[in-house]
Write a protein that binds this ligand. Structure first.
Ligand code: GLC
Length: 413
């Protein structure tokens, strides 16, 4: 009898060890916390979406919305610190978990590889409806870790009134842009060109766009394309068609400069168009694809592994990333959709005539180098390029060192 019982318990142990661990949190429902980055939209469209969810969801599935008004690098650092703290904490910390998190397309792989996200089923979210490039940023080792929510792509804004007065169209090459920024802008007492050249992720994006347009890439900063692309930005600052103050600009600061009528050209993301439409510059600006490829940006939404209410989290993500929410975000906030069918919807194109420009820009956009170490890679690029732009005499030396530093960061050393 005793032997029989002993065998039974051994058997139980073996069964318990080998049957797949079913995390009860997977089907858990209950109140969740949703953390998102800076909401740059007019009239806080993200909050409005969350309010809409809370009004129609039952008492159980309510969402507590926590916006973090910081640029992407600082936002990533805050989320990472929190995830690390909770992973190392003793006891049940689930009530402190950020159940649903929005992640920059370039940070998603890092959070997935660190084990902070719950894997998602592609079938549950109809993954094949999303733009392949956006889906790529949510996928690691063929597993889906987040759902693409808002796409983003670098675009060019120009003062249509000024260009019309000069009988010129918007520039289709950087050479033309430089010439117009250097000659036309001063005649109209304007700065030539503003972008996001502060030492943060925006600089990596802006520099890569310039580098790509000159035939270079992120793995060949020592080559002629990077020299020409970064050299053009450095020359702009030296000669004054890019104001020196742009070395501290992020998205908001550059938009203020353009919106308040002080710049001829601006590189920014599509959300800026909605803001400009609601500003005194309405009717006096245009938006076009950048000369060369824009960087593909964007934001994905993920379920945190620490969440006790993952069923609610997934339902909420399906709502955020669904057709209706994406249409609203495009029409009211200017955020480009990640669902590719929306770009071809006749009604939406009729109401949003600039959707064609966005479609072309998104189709031609390029990804920053995907990596679980992206944050460090970008930091290395930012440090070198900001220093080169501040002091153009150091440009060759900075670029010469950069490939080795990027390779080291990519390898996680
Ligand atoms: C935008 C983009 C994001 C990018 C960031 C840089 O938010 O969507 O991908 O990293 O700008 O500032």
């Amino acid at each position: 009898m005793a032997r029989g019982l002993a065998c039974l318990s051994v058997l139980c142990l073996v069964v318990a060890c080998t049957s797949p661990a079913v995390d009860p949190a997977h089907e858990g429902r209950g109140r969740i916390t949703f953390v998102d980055s800076e909401d740059l939209s007019t009239d806080r469209q993200i909050k409005q979406l969350v309010d809409q969810w809370n009004e129609s969801a039952g008492r159980i599935d309510q969402v507590n919305y926590v916006p973090m008004p910081t640029p992407t690098d600082a936002y990533r650092a805050q989320l990472m610190a929190r995830a690390q703290d909770l992973a190392g904490a003793r006891g049940d910390v689930r009530s402190q978990c950020y159940d649903v998190v929005t992640l920059d397309a370039v940070s998603t792989a890092e959070f997935a590889e660190a084990g902070y996200l719950a894997p998602l089923s592609p079938a549950e979210f109809g993954a094949d409806r999303f733009m392949p490039a956006a889906l790529e940023s949510s996928t690691v080792d063929e597993e889906l870790w987040a759902v693409p929510w808002r796409a983003d792509v670098g675009v060019l804004y120009y003062r249509s009134d000024v260009l019309a007065a000069e009988g010129r169209g918007w520039p289709s090459t950087w050479g033309e842009l430089e010439e117009m920024a250097a000659t036309i802008a001063p005649e109209h007492r304007l700065n030539g060109y503003v972008g996001q050249l502060g030492q943060y992720e925006g600089l990596t994006v802006n520099a890569l766009e310039a580098v790509w347009a000159h035939g270079g890439d992120a793995d060949e900063f020592g080559g002629p394309g990077a020299r020409a692309g970064v050299g053009m930005l450095a020359r702009g600052i030296e000669r004054g068609w890019i104001p020196r103050a742009a070395l501290a600009y992020d998205e908001t600061a550059s938009l203020t400069e353009f919106m308040e009528g002080r710049a001829l050209f601006m590189r920014n993301w599509p959300y800026a168009r909605s803001q400009l439409e609601a500003s005194p510059l309405k009717g006096r600006f245009g938006m076009a694809a950048l000369p060369g490829s824009g960087a593909l940006g964007g934001w994905n939404v993920a379920v945190s592994r620490c969440s006790a209410h993952q069923a609610t989290a997934r339902k909420f993500i399906a709502f955020l990333t669904g057709d209706d929410s994406q249409r609203v975000l495009l029409e009211r906030a200017g955020y480009p959709p990640t669902l590719h069918a929306l770009y071809r919807e006749p009604d939406l194109n009729g109401r949003q005539p600039h959707l064609g420009v966005l479609r072309t820009a998104v189709e031609n956009a390029r990804n920053r180098p995907p990596s679980a170490h992206y944050d460090e890679v970008s930091r290395v690029i930012q440090r070198a390029l900001h220093s080169a732009l501040r002091n153009p005499a150091s440009l060759d030396a900075e670029l010469g060192r950069l490939d080795a530093d990027v390779a080291k960061a990519l390898s996680g050393r």
